[in-house]
Design a protein around this ligand. Structure first.
Ligand code: HEC
Length: 136
């Protein structure tokens, strides 16, 4: 039973109680049965939250790539001092397919790890599309 359905039931029950105690209301036996529709069998238990690529990028990738994609963060600069190359996503020329592949599988031997266990295929695509938007 989902939350909306529960609220509808709760509302209907309260309305029924109010009616039965009201002197001008119909007696409970005559009260019309509340029209309740069963939720569809395939209704999700909870409404799924839409995937927010920007928020997830900032949280998961921002430490290295920066919220602006320029890899100019404290952490990124520390890695760079140690010899790492973190590409500036705003000036990248890597193809969209390759970008998705990199986010999915990572780049062996670098700090860019695989995210395929962390995100679904749709989420990886959304993150990939989001990183492509840094290019102007
Ligand atoms: C710990 C640091 C770190 C984190 C966290 C990280 N990356 Fe990376 N990323 C890198 C490094 C380093 C490279 C360069 C790999 C190489 O040398 O080819 C890279 C490369 C990339 C590239 C390729 C860019 C290009 O144009 O070639 C993309 C796209 C990318 N990362 C997206 C992401 C996304 C999306 C996330 C989060 C889900 C993420 N990264 C998290 C360090 C990181």
């Amino acid at each position: 039973m989902n939350r909306v359905f529960k609220l509808v039931v709760a509302g209907a029950v309260m309305a029924g109680v109010a009616l039965s105690f009201s002197p001008i209301g119909a007696t409970p036996s005559e009260a019309p049965a509340p029209i309740l529709e069963d939720p569809p069998a395939d209704a999700p238990a909870v409404t799924p939250e839409p995937f927010d690529a920007k928020a997830r990028f900032n949280k998961t990738c921002g430490k290295c790539h920066g919220k602006d994609g320029k890899a100019d963060t404290k952490y990124a600069n520390k890695l760079k001092e140690k010899g790492a190359t973190i590409p500036d996503l705003t000036s990248s020329t890597t193809s969209a397919d390759k970008v998705l592949e990199i986010i999915t599988d990572g780049v062996k031997g670098t700090k860019m790890k695989s995210y395929k266990k962390r995100f679904s295929a749709e989420e990886l695509k959304a993150l990939s599309d989001y990183t492509m938007k840094f290019r102007s």
